[in-house]
Design a protein around this ligand. Structure first.
Ligand code: C2E
Ligand code: CA
Ligand code: CA
Length: 285
């Protein structure tokens, strides 16, 4: 083998500086060799402290590089198309985990798993079949699965996304717009009418400004007011302080998610936590 033909490995290069070609090869191996896992972050009902659902967040523990941030590998997986396989795995795993959790903490048909999906997922022609097959092969109800889609995605592939999401909604799946409240309000407020959605997730960058910047609080109030008119649920992300949780509740925001309640946890730690506390009510007194 000449030096030109040698496989490039770059073990010392930080993952965020690797070319897509190399990171993609390693990510494919990660999927084949079970290096991926899901962490779960509770979505908390701000009046009762009860857990309404869990957002699933993908983690990659690389055998040599350690944990690689989703902010690095998700965009690469989107650019290279590998996200479709990763999302399929995440959906199946989230559903299996929900059943396992129920076996420990009791069955509750209202608790849901909220799974992130990317532009390529919805564009993939087998997306709907796959979704249908995975859910019907399990004994979770479609209402126990929420799809999280970022607003940018909806803007990029408007008509196609609308059709696909409409079908998902008819089958009972929940649909949430992620990273809501960023960018141009003339654009994101229209999402509420233009797409069949059941929830908006206020971005953590808006939540973290709420106590300091009056405009951020006003924006949250406007989002809540518009969403209520349309029977759309509000979930505030990035809740890091008690004062934020209490103010959100006072403003009429129904659900919160963030480090104040707990950081995203692996399944075992999540199960232990849920066995210790059945609700986050102490956090909300
Ligand atoms: P996201 O969907 O907006 O997920 C929320 C991010 O906020 C997560 O980062 C979570 O760990 C973090 N977070 C949770 N609580 C707090 C808080 O109180 N304050 C702050 N500042 N952040 C908080 P993470 O896990 O690093 O994921 C980053 C992004 O990667 C996600 O943002 C999502 O866009 C993407 N991602 C993660 N898992 C998946 C997946 O399975 N599929 C897809 N398509 N994307 C994923
Ligand atoms: Ca999300
Ligand atoms: Ca988000």
């Amino acid at each position: 083998m000449t030096s030109e033909q040698k496989p490039i490995e770059l073990p010392d290069t930080p993952a965020d500086q690797l070319p897509d070609e190399i990171l993609a090869k390693e990510f494919q191996a990660a999927m084949d060799e079970h290096q991926l896992s899901l962490y779960y972050q509770p979505i908390v009902h701000l009046k009762s402290g009860l857990v309404a659902g869990f957002e699933t967040l993908m983690r990659w523990n690389h055998p040599n590089r350690g944990f690689i941030s989703p902010a690095v590998f998700i965009p690469m997986a989107e650019r290279t198309g590998l996200i479709v396989e990763a999302s399929r795995w995440a959906l199946k795993e989230a559903i299996r985990a929900l059943k396992r959790l129920e076996s420990h903490v009791g069955h509750n048909e209202h608790i849901y798993m909220s799974v992130n999906f990317s532009p390529n997922d919805l564009a993939d022609e087998s997306f709907l079949d796959e979704m249908y097959n995975v859910i019907s092969a399990s004994d979770v109800r479609p209402t126990q699965v929420q799809l999280e889609i970022t607003g940018d995605l909806l803007r990029g592939q408007r008509e196609n996304s609308k059709t696909i999401l409409g079908i998902c909604q008819k089958t009972g799946l929940k649909i949430a717009i992620d990273d809501y409240g960023l960018g141009d309000p003339n654009v994101f407020f229209k999402y509420m009418d233009d797409f069949p959605i059941s929830a908006v997730k206020i971005d953590h960058l808006v939540t973290c400004d709420m106590l300091k910047i009056p405009e951020a609080k006003e924006l949250i109030m406007a989002i809540i007011s518009e969403a209520k008119k349309r029977d759309i649920t509000i979930i505030a992300e990035g809740v890091e302080q008690k004062e934020e949780a209490l103010l959100l509740r006072e403003l009429g925001c129904k659900y919160g998610q963030g480090y104040y309640f707990t950081k995203p946890l692996p399944e075992r730690e999540l199960t232990t936590l849920l066995l210790q506390i059945s609700a986050f009510n102490e956090h909300l007194k």
